[in-house]
Write a protein that binds this ligand. Structure first.
Ligand SMILES: CC(C)(COP(=O)(O)OP(=O)(O)OC[C@H]1O[C@@H](n2cnc3c(N)ncnc32)[C@H](O)[C@@H]1OP(=O)(O)O)[C@@H](O)C(=O)NCCC(=O)NCCS
Length: 241
């Protein structure tokens, strides 16, 4: 029997160190390339988010990627493809993993698949309501209709979860917001289980024959989603850190 795919994930709090208060190479936790990039970032919010995403990714990589356990953070670079998708490398090789990063309002999350045939996207959203025009622009007609059935407070949570799930799928595809968010439709949101994750049923336009698995969990005032593409059966989700 085929083993189920494993997605490793980690959640981390962003420290104040990205805000421009630091003067050295973040205690050696960034590679030279990252440090050069970090120094050029002018906006404190971006510095904090970028840094917290890198640190979360590195913490996850040293706990779940074989042979990375003793590699110092400064020897790992988290870079981005031309489309923005993150990947990890050491001095001599690109790690054969699929990595996803999200950062939002003081939290950062990272997810890793050791099987590069399985791609995933992780996304953190702050739970808040949006104007109806936002939903009409970015959600499908069926999603807008479904949202309309919720009272305002519940709509904030459901709408944030749906938006997050769309971004998670677009990350798993390596596309980001260059793709139409209405190409991803949330069909059903199931209750969370004992491990804190609930399932999300997804439809991705023109990819109806592909297996997609969606998951959500609450993290305080945030909602976290994970979209997994390419797994034959429900993937196992393992928390690190
Ligand atoms: C990625 C995106 C869907 C979600 O962003 P968001 O919810 O605002 O922010 P999140 O914190 O959840 O995610 C940001 C992370 O997504 C990742 N990401 C960006 N583009 C991605 C892509 N095409 N595929 C997969 N992951 C991507 C990055 O790791 C990024 O963090 P980093 O820049 O610090 O490495 C959206 O921001 C987007 O599409 N951005 C466009 C990126 C872009 O145009 N890049 C081109 C120049 S680099």
């Amino acid at each position: 029997m085929q083993k189920s795919a494993v997605i490793y994930w980690l959640m981390d709090e962003a420290g104040p160190e990205g805000a421009g208060l630091i003067s050295d190479s973040v205690d050696g936790r960034l590679s030279v390339e990252e440090w050069n990039r970090f120094r050029q970032m002018r906006f404190p919010k971006r510095r904090i988010e970028w840094l917290s995403g890198r640190l979360a990714a590195k913490k996850l990589i040293v706990t779940c990627v074989p042979d990375m356990e003793n590699v110092p953070f400064a020897q790992i670079t988290i870079a981005n493809s031309a489309a923005g998708a993150p990947y990890a490398r050491t001095a001599d090789k690109i790690l054969p993993i699929q990595l996803s990063i999200s950062h939002r309002e003081g939290l950062a999350a990272a997810a890793v698949s050791l099987n590069t045939g399985i791609s995933q996207g992780i996304d953190l959203e702050w739970v808040e309501d949006h104007p109806v025009s936002f939903y009409e622009d970015f959600f499908t007609a069926d999603e807008v209709r479904a949202l309309g059935e919720y009272a305002a407070k519940q709509r904030a949570w459901v709408g944030s979860l749906m938006w997050s799930a769309k971004e998670a799928v677009l990350k798993a595809l390596g596309q980001g917001l260059r793709m139409d968010t209405r190409a991803v439709e949330v069909l059903r949101i199931a209750e969370s289980k004992g491990d804190g994750w609930g399932e999300i049923e997804l439809r991705v336009a023109n990819m109806e024959n592909e297996n997609w698995f969606g998951f959500w969990r609450n993290q305080g005032q945030h909602v976290l989603t994970l979209a997994v593409r390419g797994a034959k059966t429900r993937p196992e989700i393992k928390q690190s850190g």
